[in-house]
Design a protein around this ligand. Structure first.
Ligand code: EPU
Length: 335
């Protein structure tokens, strides 16, 4: 396809909340070589640049006045090392999980049904049901919008943390992920630690396929399908607090779910549970609402604007701050 930069493009199909905002300029990047031209175009017009995958973690609250790069390059390649796979950024993450399962490449079954692209996976360091992307990550290839050069980044370079990486900070935001290389296991490597996963598998034998099926079943039950109702999964991160804070909270709220972190003094607590105590499930503000089945998920119930969603989110985080003294951070990128 001939590379083309379009003007005034409606972003509704490019964000999973389904909010309607316009991009002043938009480029569908199927060949990463076109990024050089896109970069020159942006520089010549002094435009800011926004990189988008499937827009499953992005909320637009305004029209975007710059250039949107919709990363849509496709392809997968087995590399010489056993179980080593390089995947282009525009591939669908869930399709990759399926491909791996069908080709006896194991480890990422717990990450089934996460919406979004392979290129966005390291940005968020996606995680679910006891598994995070960085466990399988080897390296990625990125285009540096600042210098116009290609960079190869290993795990340490990416500074992965819980739902975080260098790509969420400056100057990492200037890096456009082109492909990701993962090391998959050749023998099943099951992670069954997440409460609920073994219950879901129940009497069946625990295999990569049954774990995959269980994860799909749990997600489908708890989380709304963005194709049916606009949402971006968890809107907030689970907050990390000191162990002493947890102990003091547990005096009043003994049931508060919490998990250990790599740092013995810090624990992650359940944002959904805190919000649920404040009765947020199902509440509406304008066209936006909190999902009935999960207090951490905001949905576009009825033609919500990005502003509706953000105002609702602000009210939710204020109520948690007031009652529990915990400041929630958004997981979703707000543009
Ligand atoms: N809970 C409530 N009320 C609710 C929902 C949940 O009290 O409305 C309680 C549950 O009973 C459970 C705890 O909160 O004790 C945790 O709930 P859940 O297992 O649904 O997980 P989560 O902490 O809300 C995180 C990730 C999800 C991931 C799941 C499973 C974050 C911000 N979210 O959610 O990731 O799928 O664990 O591993 O870390 C995402 O990032 O978009 C996402 C969906």
């Amino acid at each position: 396809m001939i590379f083309e930069i379009q003007e005034q493009v409606d972003l509704t199909p490019y964000n999973s909340f389904g909010v309607s905002q316009m991009a002043a300029y938009f480029a569908d990047i199927q060949d990463p070589a076109d990024l050089r031209q896109a970069r020159e175009f942006a520089a010549s017009k002094r435009l800011s640049v926004l990189v988008l995958g499937q827009g499953s973690n992005t909320l637009f609250i305004n029209d975007y006045p710059g250039l949107v790069l919709y990363m849509n390059n496709q392809g997968k390649q087995m590399l010489p090392g056993a179980g080593m796979l390089r995947i282009c950024a525009g591939e669908s993450w869930h399709e990759l999980v399926l491909f791996c399962l069908q080709n006896s490449l194991y480890g990422i079954e717990n990450l089934a049904l996460i919406p979004g692209t392979v290129g966005a996976a390291p940005v968020q360091n996606i995680g679910a049901y006891g598994v995070e992307l960085d466990q399988f990550f080897v390296e990625l290839e990125a285009f540096d919008l600042k210098t116009g050069e290609i960079r190869y980044m290993n795990k340490a370079d990416c500074q992965f943390a819980y739902r975080d990486s260098i790509f969420k900070q400056n100057p990492g935001q200037k890096l456009v992920v082109l492909s990701v290389t993962l090391q998959l296991a050749l023998e099943p490597a099951l992670e069954l630690g997440y409460a609920g996963l073994t219950d879901e598998i129940a009497e069946q034998e625990a295999t990569p396929q049954s774990v995959f099926d269980a994860v799909c079943a749990i997600r489908s039950r708890k989380l709304p399908d963005p194709k049916q109702i606009g949402n971006a999964g968890s809107f907030f991160k689970n907050p990390v607090v000191s162990r002493s804070k947890l102990l003091s909270l547990r005096k009043s709220y003994p049931e508060l779910p919490a998990w250990d972190t790599a740092d013995a003094d810090l624990v992650k607590v359940s944002a959904a549970w805190l919000l649920d105590q404040k009765g947020w499930k199902g509440r509406r503000r304008g066209g936006a609402a909190v999902h009935e089945d999960h207090a951490l998920v905001l949905v576009n119930r009825d033609n919500a604007s990005g502003e509706d969603v953000v105002l609702l989110a602000q009210e939710m985080s204020s109520s948690v701050l007031q009652s529990f003294g915990i400041a929630l951070q958004t997981e979703v990128r707000i543009i």
